[in-house]
Design a protein around this ligand. Structure first.
Ligand code: ZN
Length: 249
């Protein structure tokens, strides 16, 4: 309410000063502390000296490892934060032993995707996106580009699948034939799909979904990663993927 009652010209100033403060704090605190182990400063992720005034430069291979081991690193860091916060004596009376601190600090890992389900069911005419079998019970909304690659929920990345197909795919990219279908769907029906997502309050950004998917398959192609076809089977990525409409950006 305070923000609303302030004169509008005040807001940019307050905002700018908050930004400067956050920037200073990040510069002085976590960036150095992240690389301080056992009291020693090690520069294993980046040089502690900034590039210019506001950038750090990750060392070679660090970005790749962050991406590749994202889930593992995230779990380790969250675990350490939770232990630290729980360990502070001042927090003990507030927390007790029963609060789910992880949930409180980091929120739910994934949003409820059920709002997208009826929309996808209509667009897929009641068929599984992957095996094209009729969808009956045990149906799940799947992230076409897995959540572990890109942990943001955008509508055009969703497909509806049998729980069994979804479980078989795990966190792998889907093979060429599935990508072909995903591209066709979003070229032909992307706009209508976006309008239907608006009606049920599902976030979407078709351009971002194109970029993310193209990026993810580019990474897989460069690394020679196998992609999932069906069941337990995976194969090398078919080179024709780059020719699909929407993939060559
Ligand atoms: Zn299926």
């Amino acid at each position: 309410m305070r923000w609303i009652s302030e004169p509008s010209e005040e807001r940019p100033r307050v905002w700018q000063s908050l930004l400067a403060k956050v920037k200073r704090t990040i510069k002085e605190q976590p960036l150095r502390k992240l690389q301080t182990i056992g009291g020693r400063q090690l520069e294993f992720l980046y040089a502690n000296e900034m590039v210019g005034d506001d950038k750090i430069e990750l060392k070679a291979g660090v970005a790749f490892c962050f991406r590749r081991y994202h889930e593992l690193i995230q779990d380790l860091v969250r675990g350490a934060w939770v232990r630290f916060v729980r360990g502070l004596r001042e927090n003990q009376p507030l927390l007790g032993q029963t609060v789910d601190l992880d949930e409180f600090m980091f929120g739910s890992e994934r949003a409820d995707l059920s709002a997208a389900r009826p929309v996808l069911f209509d667009f897929q005419e009641g068929r599984c996106f992957y095996c094209e079998g009729a969808l009956q019970s045990r149906v799940e909304v799947d992230h076409f580009v897995p959540w572990s690659f890109y942990p943001v929920d955008l509508g055009h990345n969703f497909v509806l699948a049998h729980a069994s197909c979804n479980a078989a795919k795990k966190d792998r990219l889907a093979a060429y034939k599935h990508l072909h279908r995903w591209c066709d769907r979003n070229v032909e029906q992307g706009t209508e799909l976006g309008a239907a997502f608006d009606e049920v309050g599902v976030l979407h950004d078709l351009q971002a979904s194109w970029r993310v998917t193209s990026w993810a398959y580019g990474q897989a192609a460069a690394a020679g990663v196998h992609v999932w076809t069906m069941g337990a089977k995976s194969v090398p990525l078919d080179r024709r993927w780059l020719g699909l409409q929407g993939m060559r950006l």
